[in-house]
Design a protein around this ligand. Structure first.
Ligand code: ADP
Ligand code: ADP
Length: 210
């Protein structure tokens, strides 16, 4: 299955992607993870991307599009993939469409996880990740077990200020790609408010996997 997950920061894209890959056995392509790895490694891409990310802005299309197009050409994507956090702009959506057409493949669905803005700041500021297993936790909604709690880390852009900037970018630049996919009959809207397990159930149902 070839899927895209769209949603505001903190909507639960990463949390739900983890459940979908268990079921679908396809790679999870998160541009946020790819960019954070480039920053950590200190590559040219990482040096260029870091400032935008810290401020809650978007990394420019000319930097992000090639990393996704190259990744999609790798053998493990032949049977499907879950794109998480890409596309985030109209030019990215168009570049993706072109890359898929050239490869003679098509998307199966675009899942939009909908969460109102007023719930987002709390989700983002409480987010923590286990650097060993990469599991995503939340200080209040999904606290890590005692043996993991001491090692969880917080992302440097998970501050209230950067979160508000990211929300603005989401509404201004990313939400406008939704009608593009709706017009192609690919859109599946999922209510992202509730227990993560319920949202997994809703997502599977929306995709005909339940
Ligand atoms: P979240 O989990 O909050 O939705 P991500 O981990 O997907 O955030 O992305 C973190 C940051 O990385 C974004 O705020 C942005 O700066 C950058 N980024 C990730 N994906 C893209 C993209 N497709 N286009 C531009 N910038 C991106
Ligand atoms: P995204 O990838 O869309 O930015 P994450 O999956 O990283 O979102 O989730 C953001 C934060 O919200 C994490 O701390 C996660 O544990 C928490 N979270 C995810 N889904 C839910 C939910 N349904 N209810 C409450 N908190 C959630």
């Amino acid at each position: 299955m070839r899927l895209i997950l769209v949603g505001p920061p903190g909507a639960g894209k990463g949390t739900q992607a983890a459940k979908l890959i268990e079921r679908l056995h396809v790679p999870h392509l998160s541009t946020g993870d790819m960019l954070r790895e480039a920053v950590k490694q200190g590559t040219e891409l990482g040096r260029k991307a870091e400032g935008f990310m810290k401020a809650g802005g978007l990394v420019t299309d000319d930097l992000v599009i090639p990393i996704v197009v190259e990744r999609l050409q790798q053998a493990d994507c032949a049977q499907g993939f879950i794109l998480d956090g890409f596309p985030r702009t109209r030019p990215q959506a168009e570049a993706l469409a072109q890359a898929l057409t050239s490869a003679n493949v098509a998307l199966d669905a675009v899942v939009v996880i909908e969460v109102p803005d007023e719930l987002i700041v709390e989700r983002i500021t409480g987010r923590r990740q286990d650097p060993v297993t990469h599991t995503i936790y939340h200080t209040k909604f999904n606290p890590p077990p005692a043996d993991v709690a001491a090692r969880v880390v917080q992302r440097s852009d998970d501050t209230e200020e950067a979160c508000r900037a990211r929300l603005k970018k989401y509404h201004g630049e990313t939400a406008p790609i939704i009608p593009f996919y709706d017009a192609q009959g690919l859109l599946r809207r999922v209510d992202g408010v509730g227990d993560p397990q319920d949202i997994t159930q809703r997502t599977f149902q929306a995709l005909g996997l339940a």
